[in-house]
Design a protein. Structure first.
Length: 396
């Protein structure tokens, strides 16, 4: 009996070890990740290796208003889910953090659902807008010549396929003409799913072909930021994590460290399609940098020209305006935006309702993070953010 029990436990241990080893080896391949991980959700970043982005020992902290300005938020109740007050609206619609900054002062900051100021917030496609800032710095500092350069100037291996006529600007505006298979229903052969799950994103995008001549139409997809990150890495000789740390995180005095997730331990390439992770208060500093036209405490971190060029609408390019049949919605260099009668508001927009909203007219930055958008539609969230920005009273 003792021997039988020992043998049974041994067999169970062997099976468990085999399963563990199998799972570990499987997740180093695309098909294995599909089987074991079964697609990535909100916490998908926990499955990947990461590369830290350290903050500075000197921290910038926003001033805080002595009183809440919630009373100034006049919500259009007929256009939003039922709610008793503003905070209930946020909490009941999957919001985990919400920060409003006016005149460089925090006038509202709340965290929900057991999260706190130091809780990690996945950026998802807000990562693309972070990448846009880094591209701008590299151009300002002469590492990249300009947006009209051919991408093959930095990635000469692309001359062997059909992608070499594409410019950096066409990548930035999602007008590259690169082949793209929509991921309807999370189809495993969809382009964005392949980028999201690939253990070698560089090898994946280097094998792409063109569907149409670049510069003709807008088609949003996740291969583009990988190509841009490859260009940035080749041009600067630094990893995306190193460049983020040196050019943004330490210069802005971020309160917390951040990290990029990597495609795999072997390839070690940052997933710039949506793999940045930070805290809400530090996203707010990125928004304030954009609001300040690239200036931070008297220093020009990014040129005013790049901030304006990368986030403002281009009315000469009709395919970048009124997108998805939404009047006033535009796209620029990895930033979304809304055109109003008198101004424009850039928006970094990520999956599950990660919003970094910058309104120049009201001098307001809003950060909203969440595990989903709740019962508020994407269009309604944009409208809500705009309403808040335009109605906040001046902070004394």
């Amino acid at each position: 009996m003792v021997q039988s029990c020992f043998q049974r436990k041994t067999r169970i241990s062997i099976v468990l070890i085999a399963i563990l080893l199998f799972s570990s080896s499987c997740t180093s391949t695309y098909s294995g990740r599909l089987i074991i991980w079964n697609f990535n959700g909100y916490d998908g970043y926990k499955k990947y290796p990461i590369q830290q982005v350290q903050n500075s020992s000197t921290t910038h902290k926003f001033e805080k208003s002595e009183k809440s300005l919630l009373s100034s938020f006049k919500l259009h109740d007929g256009e939003l889910p039922p709610h008793k007050n503003f905070e209930e609206l946020l909490k009941d619609n999957e919001t985990t953090s919400f920060i409003v900054i006016k005149n460089n002062t925090i006038c509202y900051e709340r965290y929900f659902h057991g999260t706190f100021r130091d809780s990690i917030r996945p950026a998802f496609s807000v990562s693309k807008s972070v990448l846009s800032l880094l591209i701008g710095i590299a151009i300002d500092e002469g590492e990249i010549n300009g947006i009209n350069d051919l991408i093959s100037d930095y990635l000469p291996e692309l001359k062997e396929n059909e992608l070499f006529p594409i410019t950096i600007q066409q990548l930035l505006t999602m007008s590259s003409g690169i082949e793209h298979c929509q991921s309807y229903g999370f189809l495993p052969w969809g382009s964005d799913i392949r980028v999201g799950m690939s253990p070698d994103v560089q090898g994946l995008v280097l094998s792409l072909k063109s569907e149409e001549k670049p510069g003709r139409s807008f088609l949003y997809h996740n291969q583009v930021p990988i190509l841009l990150a490859m260009i940035l890495k080749r041009a600067t000789g630094k990893t995306i994590s190193q460049y983020t740390e040196e050019k943004l995180w330490k210069r802005l005095g971020m309160e917390y460290s951040a990290f990029w997730i990597l495609d795999s331990r072997e390839a070690k390439f940052e997933k710039t399609d949506g793999g940045f992770n930070a805290r809400s208060i530090d996203y707010a500093k990125l928004g304030q940098l954009v609001l300040n036209q690239g200036q931070w405490h008297g220093k020009q971190i990014i040129s005013k020209n790049w901030i304006k060029e990368s986030t403002s609408p281009d009315f000469s390019k009709k395919h970048l305006l009124n997108l998805y049949n939404r009047k006033g919605l535009y796209y620029k260099y990895l930033w979304w935006g809304v055109v109003t009668n008198t101004a424009y508001a850039p928006i970094a927009d990520g999956r599950y309702g990660q919003f970094l909203f910058v309104d120049h007219e009201s001098d307001v930055v809003i950060v909203r993070n969440g595990t989903g958008m709740g019962k508020i539609s994407h269009k309604q969230w944009y409208g809500l953010l705009m309403d808040i920005a335009r109605q906040i009273k001046t902070v004394n």
